[in-house]
Ligand binder design. Sequence first.
Ligand SMILES: Cc1ncc(COP(=O)(O)O)c(C=O)c1O
Length: 390
Amino acid sequence: MVSKFEQYFLKTYKKYNITFVSGKGKYLYDVNGKKYLDFFSGLSVTNLGHCDKNLIKVLKKQIDTLWHCSNLYYSQPQVVLAKEIIKRTFPSKVFFSNSGAEANECAIKLARKYGSKTGRYEIITFENSFHGRTLATLTATAQDKFHKGFGPLPKGFKYAKFNNISSVKRLINKNTVAVMLEPIQGEGGVIPADKNFLCELHKLCDKHDILLIFDEIQTGFGRTGKLFAFQHYDVKPDVITLAKSVANGIPLGVTVVDKKYEDVFNYGDHGSTFGGNLLACVVAAEVIKMIDNKTFLEKVQDVGQYFYQCLCKLKDEYDFIKDVRGIGLMLGVELTFPARNIVEECLKHGLVINVTQEKVLRFLPPLIITKNDVDTAIKILVKVFSKCKK
Ligand SMILES: Cc1ncc(COP(=O)(O)O)c(C=O)c1O
């Protein structure tokens, strides 16, 4: 498999030497039949676990009905899904695409078009952010390592310090039209925004007629124990972007735009052949139904809190753990050394986890895990950690 892959594919992902062939609920199975507890969810995508029976049912029904019809025509599954999303956010309108980068690209274009009336075009994003890999979203992603070799990058992006309102104030000028950020930076190392910072940022944006765009691509759809992370904060963004877990693994991106901006785009300003694919839309509508109930979300908060406490106990035990942070079931453990080996050792013990920013172990388990699953994961971590120097 390894040599075939290298023969056929461009070098983009540095892979772990495992071939997964099937999944059920919180478990993944490799080509040798080995079982793994999945604490990564394909990067916060399969929030309801693998091959959920309700999702299979709606998907199969739609497969037998209609897969795709051009966005030149109306379609019922898109309307049903849009209504469910709008009902749960704020009075808004939506655009459907296929991925996170596309959902953000749409938000960036919308902000630019809005600003074009007054000659404004600059968008402020934040150091260590991650917004995607298209040229515009890559430029919005304020991390040098992703920019190298891809210049000249599009103009009009400025980078502020996360959780630092003065640095935003310093960058605002007559050209500023939007501020875009993740309420919890994911790729940046699982760093939650401070409540006060977001509150001040919201006020600042209101004062200067600046669009506040929340990239909830990783934090959305129950990951933090609320349907959307912005609901933890007393702040309402103007635009939310969603993808990853929206359709539990069927590609879908969503840009939710406050009604105030409903006339910014005109016919022909934006589009996507596959955006709002019918298979994705029916699955997403079912995902919302399953996640958005009080009991389910309270359980995510409860299990998340328990997991966080267990990780904090490990911090007391092992000197090389610098920090434990996150909200709900989006948790990070910062180590004093690069952690790829830890991830590999966990895989050997049948636990799938991730590392970001080299030293931050990232946990994004499916939202269906229990405290027992947390105990299993912690036992494996202890086995792996005990082999490292204290
Ligand atoms: C916060 C955030 N925004 C955008 C993206 C890009 O999404 P996609 O890979 O679907 O284009 C990601 C992907 O990791 C992300 O975490």
